[in-house]
Design a protein around this ligand. Sequence first.
Ligand SMILES: [Zn+2]
Length: 237
Amino acid sequence: MNKYLNQLVKLSEINKEIDAFEPRIQKVEKSISVAFEKVKNAYDSIELLEVEIKEAKVKKAKNENLLAELSEKLKNIGKKTTAIKSEKEVKALQLEEDIAKEQCDFANEEIARFEKIVELKESEKVKIKELHAEFQKAAEDLSVSMEAEKEAIKNEMADAYGRKDELVGKMSQKILSFYEKIRKWAHNSAVVPVRKQACYGCFMRINDKTNALVTQSEDIVTCPHCGRILYKEAAQS
Ligand SMILES: [Zn+2]
């Protein structure tokens, strides 16, 4: 292969390698943020449960106060009953007593209900706290291993940039600027192989004459359809 073309193929490969680093780093960062998101969600659930537990406890206390008031009221009704004589008054007090007793039953049911809610939410909180600790540990471990992965990517990047600088240093300025001009629009497909007599940039069939020129690879040949630089790959072994 022509020396210049060979350099272009290599440069194009290194550029592809360099462009692949950013998505790899993003993937690493994404996995870390997903792990910490789980930790945060668990924490938020715990906070919500704490609010709900507090609310249920307040409601339970309100019913306990109500129950105390009602029992006081019942005591007073008992006292009044001994003091009155008329049947009408007895009936009225009886009614009052019945209502107060019903209210007592209801308050007792409510207390039991809120107690149950507190109990359930407390046990849920314990479970989520365990999960939270698990997620926290997993996220921290992942963060450590991903830092190592990032470091490895950075080293690979430094290596690729080193190879690129070395190659570019040896290349002709004229050819480099020709390549960069195509790269502006073709990005990483500025240099493409010809397979089955088709340009692997635009996938159009190239004519016999161009194909022969590419096969000889004595010159830098561009695709007559799209303008990308063409080369013939070494025979696959
Ligand atoms: Zn083409």
